[in-house]
Design a protein around this ligand. Sequence first.
Ligand code: 0A1
Ligand code: ZN
Length: 858
Amino acid sequence: MRTETPVAVKLADYSPYPFEIEQVDLAFDLDPDATKVSATLKISRKPGGGTAALVLDGEALDLKSIHLDGRLLGPEDYALTEKALTLPDVPDAFELKTIVEISPAKNTALSGLYISGGRFCTQCESVGFRRITFYPDRPDVMSRFFVTLTADKAACPIMLSNGTPGDVQDAGNGRHTITWDDPHKKPSYLFALCAGDYDVYRDTFTTMSGREIALAVHVDKGDAPRAAWAMDSLKRSMKWDEDTYGREYDLGVFNIVAVRDFNFGAMENKGLNVFNSAYVLADEDSATDADFEAIESIVGHEYFHNWTGNRITCRDWFQLCLKEGLTVFRDQNFSADMRSRPVQRIKDVIRLRGRQFAEDAGPLAHPVRPDTYGSIDNLYTATVYEKGAEVIGMLRRIIGPEAYRKGMDLYFERHDGQAVTIEDFYACFADVTGRDFTQFRRWYSQAGTPQVTVAESWNADAGELTIQLSQSTPPTPGQKDKLPVPIPLELALLDGTGGTDAWTVVLDQPEMTLTRKATGARPLLSVNRDFSAPIRVERDLTRDQRIALVVAETDPFNQWDGVQTLVTEEILKLSEGSQAQPDDQLVDAVASAVRKAAGDPAFAALLTRLPEVGELFLERSPAEPVALHSARKRLQAALSRALSDTITTTLAAPSPTPYEPSAEQAGIRALRAAFITLLGASGAPDAGDTLLALYNAAPNMTERLAAMRALTALGTCQARDTALADFEQRWKHNAIVMDKWFAVQAGQGTAATVAELAAHPDFDLKNPNRVRSVAGVFASANLAAFHAPDGSGYKAVEDIILKADAANPALAARLLTAFEQWRRLEPKARAAAEATLKRLQNAKLSENSADIVSRALG
Ligand code: 0A1
Ligand code: ZN
């Protein structure tokens, strides 16, 4: 039997909820198998609310009783379906009390109340609250919550919810009870509870108005020392939001809880952020610098949601980018301020191009604010998050930092405590600038990555460069014709000796011609500096012109991007012949850029990076991942040989001690790790021994993992086996670190490797991190094997998806997005991918997964 794809929800159908929920009193009698939830709602009909029935969402709830103003209702008073409870006839103001029973231990979907690592926790965004109690589970219904938790004293010495705690009271029978009061009205998706036995890492933060906030990070027993960096990141986030946006924290306590089983990175519940433990725990032995960086950014992201998401939330889920795009923009700037701004920009763009550009170029493309969706869980996409952040960045570039800050101040002042729309947000910027953002808002309604074509001509007599710009956006599903969007383009004329004449234009027409005077010889034109807009730039330049531009470039982003373009073109060329060898001149140019950047090792490390097959893929149709992978390897080997002396000298120097997770030290290690990778790619006969020696001597996880990954890339050999066995032995008791062991192998091996890893005793289908580290990494970062022409890669992933889907639809649906590029593939892989998708379409899939499969095929 096949599952029907979900019914589409439409933005145009929005209508306000007819009732006000003035107050919610929730009482949980926590038990893993049978938790009793009693909910008392003070409800009043909104003025003009007519005679509408009261409809409450509810799923997988075992209803025990309903009282209306103290009167027990019978089945004749309400209608109960699998998705809702309807009371057709209710007064204008009343109190409704429902009692339901749920089973956290059986909840494998990780939405609603579940158990992870033996402790209770919740995940309510977007629609998990309805799996806890009957409620209008939509973000525009905001209410005051009081939450009473009762649990076994021994199993749950700590019981947390949103807001401020009252005193713990004895409840008899070895149980105790506590009430949490959240003074801020909130939507149900921000509700959370966590209860269990934790180790707690505590600290305090004094806000700009002098209030002392009690901070606590709750982790597994024995893990407290590894929570220090998360705490440090939290305190820096709190200070940054005060300094940069004037936003102060608004409760007396702020709690973080780390859980092992979590579908996403973390969740911004009011005053009680719940984190995937991979984004909380770190120390030099067990975490890489990339892990430290990710923790800093995610802790910041969730904290920043307190204002952009919680105090002001979304009217409906179509407005998801209102909180997510804006909050990603805020966390990216936090990271840039904590570290190097240009390096951060490059990393943000790598992520955007790798994930969002791919999404925009395939069947799952959708606007930043879609006007229809099937399954809400599938809307947490790179487009909503990453492109959503780029759009805020463009807004800021167009109006300038001061007007941006004024607009944000007005937004906070005008909409505090409300659930609003993108239109409300832009009205604030229109009011402070007097500008009209109607055309700008096309960035929210049109999918697809705009392409800007740049042509130039030089008039030597007039000393004038004429620049012709044109834009077009390719068709995407459901959107054939596109209108021009306003594209802020940062441009500069470079004289080759460091002289830079920079300015910004907003390309808001299909075509535009500019002229710019220059003194002296013909200048070089630098376009989309700092990646000022999320576009693809098309320029007809020769390789020599591109090299000259890289040499003359004064914008670090464009310098890096110029190298990326050069190496991309080279790999694409190499992929046309299996024996073709890289051009020496090109390799030397890249090697020399790397050497020149030695003073900024984090930047130098990025210069050694070759685009991933996933990015190269987008430049070809039909695309041959196997040929692209092989071409990429050949260029990597050539670059390794060209840099061999530099690599040897750099790696012979000691790694910085004592270890600090600072940006400065991380930069030095990033270059060391990049050189370890290149060393492995050299093709030298002794590479295995050298890498094993580096693996054994590595003083931190960043370098150890780089060595293990490089060894794994060598294929089957003794040195690789020795390192993998050693790593497993050392870390078998630490799941987060073991995820790396699984991921390294899935990222380099074949379908057989995936099958082997899935058969490992520590492979756990119920743990999203573990499933992602095998199937997710294989399908998104090992494209030559995933898209193997014989279909073996698809089969390996299909087997895992089918099993995962039965337990956790959100997880399986996300894995399925890896199929999104199937139409672009060479004929054999394409046929195998299509056959797989069709098989999946006929399987009994969850709504989430069916939604992705039908859109991918669509
Ligand atoms: N709002 C969170 C992301 C998130 C979304 C959905 C989840 O479960 C279905 C969990 C987390 C964030 O942006 O961090
Ligand atoms: Zn978020």
